[in-house]
Ligand binder design. Structure first.
Ligand code: CA
Ligand code: CA
Ligand code: CA
Ligand code: CA
Length: 444
């Protein structure tokens, strides 16, 4: 508050604030040197009058101007300009008899940092005693503005494994105070980040960079930093913001099978069916090419009977049959299977322990029961038909086509022993005259 505000060269005009009421303003002779200098340059040589913003004791005497022509008679002083009779009106006034200039309102440097007034000296008759002269009033800054970050959250991204010193993002703050002074001299710092220190900030530029080697997304994917900015070159008013820094994934983890060996069973003689699933793990970003598995059958499938596709949801390998297996020619298949990512693995990534697995597929011998295409078979017969009348012809099918099997037919339930079945052909004949009164006939 009570900083020395200005001392103005050869005029010896010194103003300070916070002094007692009895303080008398310095006297300024704005016209005294006028004659010695050219008219054009005259305004330049009158030193500015400095006054601090936020001055609360009002009215406050700023300066007293005097004309050397006063001995010739009474002088009437007046001022004009923005701050007097132009907006903002009434900030300054002058005692027309004494020439004392008063400040009447609290100043805000951030709104108006200087006032240019015109000063007049007239005789009592209203005639000009002196040429109008300029009075410049400079508003001196106080640190009355806290620095402010331009946003609450700064977002940054950096590849995991990036070299120390890699640029991540830039924090930025403003301060409404005078940029020429310490009041707006900002310094950035990181208040909080997880230990150990992972990021640094340039205190002058706000640039955030990596510090550590071996940033690993699979350990910490997102960092949340608390940033601070302080004026007065770091010792003044402060403000805080966050920086959220995400590590972008690289493919630094090889996919691995969860087991060294998988066992499955597959039915022979079918194709286009799934046999089983191969579970894998990959620590990289799920759903990304760094995570997605690709399977290769390295050996054990000389006839190309197997294929492996990836389940995009689970990343499992789905083993399927593209050509039918044959139990009789091979009961067991042993496949050597490799898993890799869609994206190439980083050269520095550790080698996979279970990058390969053995898959044992046991072939199931298929011997399915024959089936009747029409079951039950309904038929009708004339009443009193003689024995030997054909009733129906059953024809069953055996899906077990790869095995030589003979079908034979026989009857199972015939309480009144009416029918006879030809075991080889499946033909059914009557062997007695059917009685319509029999409780075993339906609908007569
Ligand atoms: Ca400030
Ligand atoms: Ca200020
Ligand atoms: Ca990976
Ligand atoms: Ca990774």
């Amino acid at each position: 508050m009570s900083r020395a505000l200005a001392s103005t060269g050869f005029w010896g005009l010194g103003l300070s604030l916070g002094v007692p009421e009895s303080w008398r303003p310095s006297t300024l002779h704005p016209w005294r040197r006028a004659g010695a200098l050219s008219r054009v340059r005259r305004a330049w040589v009158i030193p500015p009058i400095s006054v601090s913003e936020n001055h609360k004791r009002l009215p406050y005497p700023l300066v007293q101007i005097k004309s050397d022509k006063q001995p010739l008679g009474s002088v009437l002083y007046s001022i004009q300009g923005p701050g007097v009779d132009e907006e903002p009106r009434g900030v300054f006034s002058i005692d027309k008899f004494t020439g004392k200039v008063y400040l009447n309102a609290m100043l805000d440097r951030e709104q108006t940092d200087r006032f240019r007034l015109r000063a007049f000296a007239l005789d009592l008759g209203g005639s000009t005693l002196e040429d109008p002269t300029d009075l410049e009033i400079v508003v001196v800054d106080q640190n009355d503005n806290r620095p402010a970050f331009v946003r609450e959250v700064f977002v940054g991204r950096v590849l995991e494994g990036a070299a120390p010193g890699t640029y991540v993002t830039k924090a930025e703050a403003t301060d409404a105070d005078d940029p020429e002074t310490d009041n707006a001299a900002l310094r950035y710092s990181i208040l909080e980040q997880g230990a150990p220190e992972v990021f640094s900030i340039d205190e002058h530029t706000g640039e955030i960079r990596t510090v550590q080697v071996g940033l690993d997304r699979e350990v910490v994917a997102v960092y949340n930093l608390t940033l601070q900015v302080a004026d007065m070159s770091g010792d003044g008013l402060t403000a805080t913001a966050s920086a959220i820094i995400s590590l972008d994934d690289i493919n630094d983890n090889a996919p691995e099978f969860t087991r060294d060996e998988f066992f499955m069973e597959a039915t022979e003689a079918v194709s286009g069916v799934d046999v089983g699933r191969l579970e894998v793990e990959d620590r990289d970003l799920p759903g990304s090419p760094n995570w997605a598995a690709r399977f290769t059958i390295l050996g054990g499938d000389p006839d190309g009977q197997f294929a492996i596709r990836t389940d995009p949801k689970t990343n499992e390998g789905v083993l399927s049959l593209v050509k039918p297996l044959d139990y009789e020619s091979r009961e067991r298949h042993e496949l050597q299977v490799l898993v890799q990512n869609e994206a190439p693995l980083q050269a520095a990534a550790p080698r996979a322990v279970r990058g390969q697995a053995r898959v044992t597929v046991w072939v199931q011998d298929a011997n399915e029961a024959p089936v009747f295409p029409e079951n039950p078979l309904r038929t009708s017969l004339a009443e009193g038909a003689p024995p030997g009348t054909p009733v129906a012809m059953f024809s069953a099918r055996d899906p077990d086509t790869r095995q030589l099997q003979r079908l034979s037919y026989s009857k199972d339930y015939d309480p009144e022993d009416w029918l006879r079945v030809d075991a080889a052909t499946g033909r059914v004949l009557t062997q007695r005259v059917l009685s319509p009164a029999s409780p075993f006939l339906k609908d007569g």
